[in-house]
Ligand binder design. Structure first.
Ligand code: PLP
Length: 229
């Protein structure tokens, strides 16, 4: 057992609480523990301590951990989020093994996930990733393409559209502000989107600023698990 892992996790939760109090956030922010490159034993330790949501970027690695932690999944104490780039030929594995997908950026991918989501499972919870700083290197749809993508994705029966996700460039505060505007615009325009409740932004380095600007879910890797190799 590594007490330092639990300690860093508790410190992260405490920092979140502090930011929530400071900015008078009414709903508690969700902590997504980003466990890419880290072993399933660390995930198990955190899950047993009470951490529910885990994010993975690399499909093969994630599938191995999901299998190793099947018992926790069966008990309903762990929720898996896919936060990596989605290759078209990998959608079936994602649809069958994850609870959430945060990186939707094209309708063709949404269509495939919808078709491939097994009937025995609840709908896949999805976020649209927005390339908020219009960077060539980043995934995500452009802010201009977002309204049409929302109208397409919201009607898929095996997907539940929950909100937006961003990975900002360096000046993250400005990106947080612009994303919150987009999030609110969609909410105002689509009253039928009754599950529109998730704004996934903020990582180890800018978690508090994200919470200050309306984040409902922060994705934290290194601050909990330590630096990645
Ligand atoms: C790796 C990763 C994170 C976590 O980053 P840290 O800086 O280690 O907290 C969050 N979101 C995504 C999409 C990532 O790939």
């Amino acid at each position: 057992m590594s007490t330092s892992l639990i300690k860093r996790w508790q410190q992260t939760l405490a920092s979140m609480k502090q930011a929530e109090a400071q900015h008078q956030v009414s709903q508690p922010v969700t902590l997504l523990a980003v466990s890419k490159t880290k072993p399933s034993e660390m995930i198990r330790e955190l899950a047993v301590a009470g951490q529910r949501d885990f994010g993975e970027n690399y499909l093969q690695e994630a599938l191995e951990k999901i299998t190793a932690l099947q018992d926790l999944k069966a008990k309903g104490v762990i929720t898996w989020h896919y936060i990596g780039h989605i290759q078209r030929n990998k959608t079936r594995d994602i649809a069958e093994h994850f609870d959430w997908v945060q990186t939707l950026e094209r309708d063709i991918i949404a269509k495939r996930l919808n078709e491939q989501r097994p009937d025995a499972l609840p709908p896949l919870q999805v976020l649209i990733q927005v390339n908020i700083d219009d960077e060539d290197s980043k995934s995500g749809c452009t802010p201009e393409a977002l309204p049409e993508l929302v109208t397409l994705i919201k009607d898929y029966e095996r997907l539940t559209l929950r909100g937006l996700m961003i990975i900002p460039a360096t000046d993250s505060t400005d990106a947080f502000v612009r994303t919150q505007v987009l999030f609110n615009e969609i909410q105002a325009r689509h009253h039928e989107l009754t599950n529109w409740d998730t704004l996934s932004m903020g990582m180890s380095g800018d978690m508090a600023a994200a919470i200050a600007h309306g984040s409902t879910m922060v994705r934290v890797g290194s601050a909990i698990f330590g630096a990645r190799d």
